[in-house]
Write a protein that binds this ligand. Structure first.
Ligand SMILES: [Zn+2]
Length: 250
């Protein structure tokens, strides 16, 4: 099994666990959603519009196609209204296998001020060395056209801000998405604090390239995934029986 042909059961557990972890970490609250592309492009997993992010379970997740139709799931469950973030990015980006959309306070603040862009300042933010574009339409991404426009803004980058609204983060796996989402808001919080001390020196292109050269992304994702899953199991918000162990190559 490779990271892109995990069976549905494992992916369901990963999406539900990541949602609960992000809720516990204050990244997702009553809204926000995570999706995972299924093998052979059989649509993607996403939670329903109104199931609680604190208690979402693997079996409650919907499978939707890339036209935003529900193709599997409990009856009478609708996907989030902003499902078009997911459909349009998946259609445009074959390298993206997991997407998160949420509304973190600090990262979003950087869309509200002039002359203070969200830039990489912490080493793990080298992930966004290609840039963090800002989508200027603050409205809900609730149509194909709005999803296409957001996917256009994202381009080949791994994350984008949506002005006065939130963020979209993309990754190659669900565990990778969780780790990136945590680092994304961490970087914003550090930049916010550093700016109160004085002029901020963001990471240079050379510093980010050097960091990435020496960085084992898969090992880092495995380490943080293990940490957050074990914390969730100990605290009780993740079920012990969920399949959350990552294979070496994942
Ligand atoms: Zn939103």
């Amino acid at each position: 099994m490779t990271k892109h042909n995990l069976d549905k059961k494992i992916l369901r557990c990963q999406v539900a666990a990541s949602t609960r972890i992000m809720n516990a970490e204050g990244l997702i609250d009553y809204s926000g959603h995570i999706s995972a592309r299924l093998p052979e492009n059989y649509g993607f997993l996403i939670q329903s519009f109104d199931d609680s992010r604190a208690t979402v379970s693997p079996e409650e997740l919907l499978i939707c196609d890339f036209d935003a139709n529900v193709i599997e799931g409990p009856p009478n469950k609708a996907p989030p209204r902003e499902i078009f973030i997911h459909t349009e990015i998946y259609k445009k980006r074959s390298d993206v296998w997991a997407i998160g959309h949420f509304h973190p306070e600090t990262a979003t603040m950087f869309t509200l001020v002039e002359d203070r862009p969200l830039i990489p300042v912490k080493n793990h933010a080298a992930r966004w060395s290609e840039g963090i574009p800002t989508h200027l339409d603050p409205g809900h991404v609730n149509s194909v056209e709005k999803g296409e426009a957001l996917a256009e803004t994202l381009g080949r980058c791994h994350a984008a801000l949506i002005r006065a609204h939130g963020v979209v983060v993309t990754a190659e796996t669900v565990p990778g998405l969780l780790v990136d989402s945590i680092h994304f808001e961490e970087n914003a919080q550090t930049l916010f604090r550093a700016a109160s001390l004085g002029e901020v020196k963001g990471l240079s292109s050379a510093e980010m390239a050097g960091f990435k050269n020496r960085f084992n992304r898969d090992a880092h994702i495995r380490k943080l995934w293990k940490y957050y899953c074990s914390r969730g199991e100990e605290t009780g918000y993740l079920a012990q029986e969920w399949e959350l162990k990552l294979l070496e190559e994942n």
